[in-house]
Design a protein around this ligand. Structure first.
Ligand SMILES: *[C@@H]1O[C@H](CO)[C@@H](O)[C@H](O)[C@H]1NC(C)=O
Ligand SMILES: *[C@@H]1O[C@H](CO)[C@@H](O)[C@H](O)[C@H]1NC(C)=O
Ligand SMILES: *[C@@H]1O[C@H](CO)[C@@H](O)[C@H](O)[C@H]1NC(C)=O
Ligand SMILES: *[C@@H]1O[C@H](CO)[C@@H](O)[C@H](O)[C@H]1NC(C)=O
Ligand SMILES: *[C@@H]1O[C@H](CO)[C@@H](O)[C@H](O)[C@H]1NC(C)=O
Ligand SMILES: *[C@@H]1O[C@H](CO)[C@@H](O)[C@H](O)[C@H]1NC(C)=O
Ligand SMILES: *[C@@H]1O[C@H](CO)[C@@H](O)[C@H](O)[C@H]1NC(C)=O
Length: 670
């Protein structure tokens, strides 16, 4: 944590950061399955970090941030642990990155920050370069302009330092460099132009097209570069080469499609003079057309233009140079935190991380509510067929509690996200308190792991399942896909009374759980295997009957079912009451970003943003509960039947059917 005075800062920084950015194959929102045995998208990043011994110095994520004071355009920003009510995010800008240039030029990116930055959050903007004074003025101007039509209050929470990172003399440069940048849009992505007529290569920054649009990746080789005008029409001259095309006259999609049809190996779109680098993306139906070649945006390079004018040949290759981290966070508790992956250039990723800090602070408060805490796992490694296993003796006197919450967290073998398992898998907690009981090895909770982030912690109310704990000695097993890399799990059971002020007699307690249906392959026979179940309400003291279900859709048929298609799940009671759960946000581009405020871990190193069938990456699966007392004949016989639909109809996939994981019960309260 010492001062960094000597040596050129970036050089010093680069020594510490191992090269780790590699190409990655795309994960299609329509065709992807949850079958993560295939190591593709981001999968190769896990092992590249932390080669060699960890340096002895430097705070790690989770350590408390020390006090610091930084000069700003408005005076100074002084951070004292405990004195900042909310979270403080730190961003280090450099115009050497095409990604950061776009982040700071895109109107939608800038306006998302001034519009949606949570009220608890402050941001300190720094520059990595000698141009820090002009960078700070420019960043402030960009945000002031973006805030013209919104509340100005946000501007008072944004701080701009004219002192470059390498001259700060506090711990910030150390953390930025020591942590380095891990994940998508890290490092300096560059295009390298060479020509026989030049003594030196010309190296400029580039921004690759949106990660989930173009599947093609740049090879490790030199390509011929061919001028193709505006690239709006196919032309045979670019076959086998990288097409050099201007911005404008048609969409990015049309350019890449025309060049792909012309058998180009890739496309470089240059910005018209004075324009910034943009985030090349598809729009609506375009996104479903596979183009198969890579593309990137760069600035117009005069040396290239001149070579073409003179009829000289130019080659291009692609490289990524490691960079310091561009973002670090200090959460509400004063702990340093990684900010995860920014999948594309928008400040929304800052907002999501800040929302999650808010969620986490609220969770810390909830955990202080009175409860009888029964520890199950304390940082136990979960891996393989066995998972994490514990035998727990439940304390006496639990019978007056009517609330059971699972306080679960998933972290990684190391302290950095780079040590986390890369893929999203289902995690299930099973309990068995009596192996003769019908409740033995029934699922008590379900979560989905993150892509490569180790900060998730969730509180899930599973009170209706209290009857599953039908003896005082219980075995708990928490499992994920046996081939997944390890997670480190912690789990506490929290027993409490829902109405602290009310009379005990008034609180209803579940006394019986009757298992109903489970899921299965979501094909044309899905609904044929379900038969009506007849039941009567067990005792005259039953005060309430509830339907309880935990349902998630996985896999991917030609409609994206069940992960990315809208399925609906119906429990028809007495042939009259249609209780429906519908996964309306499945397949939407930003569905799971809506759940960050509920604890979905943001900025994961994968496609965490898309809405899914009843779940999000890095989140618990919420139990669905419906009070059906009024739908029942409390003294006679009742029936229930379940069916699951896609698009309001029986599923009928022509290939690779998906599947539904379901646990459902009738819960009786007295
Ligand atoms: C960033 O770099 C681009 C291209 O080199 C330049 O046009 C732009 O003015 C620079 N922006 C800032 C803020 O320096
Ligand atoms: C330029 O690229 C072509 C096509 O990939 C390759 O054959 C050639 O060797 C490259 N030239 C140089 C000087 O790298
Ligand atoms: C864009 O289209 C106009 C009109 O066809 C043409 O004059 C211009 O050269 C095109 N731009 C480029 C960069 O090719
Ligand atoms: C692209 O390649 C295909 C297959 O090699 C060929 O049939 C087609 O004519 C080529 N198109 C152009 C525009 O060169
Ligand atoms: C719990 O696990 C232990 C050790 O594996 C086993 O001996 C015991 O039978 C299990 N109890 C139940 C109720 O499954
Ligand atoms: C708690 O119990 C009191 C007294 O029985 C009752 O008036 C109140 O509505 C209950 N509150 C909740 C949130 O159930
Ligand atoms: C239940 O509701 C769903 C969707 O609203 C509908 O498709 C289905 O036909 C209904 N079923 C019955 C038996 O009413």
């Amino acid at each position: 944590m010492g001062l960094m005075r000597s040596r050129s800062p970036l050089l010093w920084c680069l020594l510490l950061v191992a090269a780790q950015v590699t190409g990655a194959t795309k994960r299609f929102r329509t065709t992807v399955t949850e079958d993560e045995q295939v190591q593709g998208f981001f999968g190769s990043w896990g092992s590249t970090k932390a080669s060699g011994p960890e340096p002895a110095s430097g705070p790690e994520p989770g350590d408390l941030a020390a006090a610091f004071t930084v000069p700003t355009l408005a005076g100074e920003l002084s951070y004292q642990p405990g004195a900042v009510p909310g979270s403080l995010l730190i961003h280090a800008f450099t115009n050497k990155s095409g990604f950061l240039e776009c982040l700071w030029s895109s109107e939608s990116s800038l306006s998302s920050l001034v519009r949606d930055l949570p009220a608890s959050t402050q941001v300190l903007f720094l520059s990595l370069d000698d141009s820090a004074v002009s960078d700070a003025l420019w960043m402030r101007e960009q945000l002031q302009r973006a805030a013209v039509h919104s509340k100005k209050e946000v501007l008072s929470r944004l701080h701009f330092s004219p002192v470059p990172v390498f001259a700060l003399g506090n711990w910030i440069p150390n953390v930025l460099c020591y942590w380095g940048c891990f994940g998508f849009n890290c490092g300096f992505s560059q295009a390298v132009f060479t020509s026989k007529e030049w003594k030196m290569p010309v190296i400029i920054k580039r921004l690759d097209a949106r990660y989930d649009w173009l599947t093609g990746r740049w090879g490790q080789r030199s390509y011929q570069l061919i001028d193709a005008g505006d690239g709006c029409h196919p032309t045979p001259i670019v076959a086998g080469a990288v097409a050099w095309v201007s911005e404008g006259n048609c969409s990015f999609f049309t350019k890449v499609q025309s060049m792909a049809k012309s058998n180009a190996s890739g496309v470089l779109v240059y910005a018209l003079p004075g324009n910034p680098i943009q985030d090349m993306n598809c729009v609506e139906d375009e996104c479903y057309v596979q183009l198969g070649i890579p593309a990137a945006m760069v600035h117009l390079e005069l040396a290239v233009e001149q070579a073409f004018r003179l009829g000289q040949k130019v080659n291009v290759s692609f490289q990524t140079t490691p960079s310091p981290s561009f973002f670090i966070g200090i959460n509400q508790q004063g702990a340093l935190s990684e900010m995860g992956s920014f999948l594309y250039p928008t400040f929304s990723f800052i907002n999501w991380q800040a929302q999650w800090f808010d969620f986490y602070a609220a969770l810390q408060l909830k955990l202080q509510n009175p409860a009888q805490v029964v520890p199950v796992f304390d940082k136990v490694q979960m891996q393989g067929d066995k998972g994490a296993v514990a035998t727990v003796v439940l304390p006496l006197g639990l019978s007056h509690f009517d609330t059971l919450e699972l306080d679960a967290s998933l972290s990684c073998p190391g302290r950095r996200d780079s040590s986390c398992a890369p893929w999203d898998h289902t995690v299930q907690l099973f309990v068995c308190c009596n192996h003769l009981s019908p409740y033995c090895n029934i699922e008590l909770g379900r979560w989905i792991t993150t892509f490569h982030r180790g900060t998730g912690r969730w509180l899930t109310d599973v009170s209706p399942l209290i009857p599953l704990l039908d003896s005082n000695k219980c075995n708990f097993t928490m499992k994920t896909a046996p081939w997944a890399k390890p997670w480190v799990v912690s789990l506490n059971l929290r027993f409490s009374v829902s109405n602290q002020t009310g009379h005990r007699l008034e609180t209803l307690r579940p006394f019986r759980a009757v298992p109903l249906y489970s899921g299965g392959t979501f094909d044309k026979n899905y609904n044929k295997r379900y038969q009506p179940i007849k039941f009567s309400v067990p005792s005259s003291s039953t005060k309430k009957v509830e339907l309880f279900a935990v349902i998630t859709g996985h896999g991917s048929d030609e409609n994206g079912c069940g992960e990315f298609c809208v399925t609906s799940h119906h429990f028809l009671i007495n042939a009259a009451f249609n209780n429906t759960l519908s996964f309306d946000s499945a397949g939407t581009a930003l569905g799971c970003t809506q759940r960050v405020k509920d604890g979905a871990v943001p900025n994961e190193h994968g496609t965490w943003l898309y809405g899914r069938g009843g779940w999000c990456d890095g989140l618990q699966v919420d139990p669905w509960r419906i009070d059906i007392t009024k739908q029942l004949d409390l003294s006679g016989l009742n029936t229930v039947i379940y069916f699951g639909l896609f698009d309001g109809k029986d599923p009928d996939p022509s290939q690779q059917p998906g599947y539904i994981i379901m646990q459902s019960f009738l819960i009786f309260y007295k």
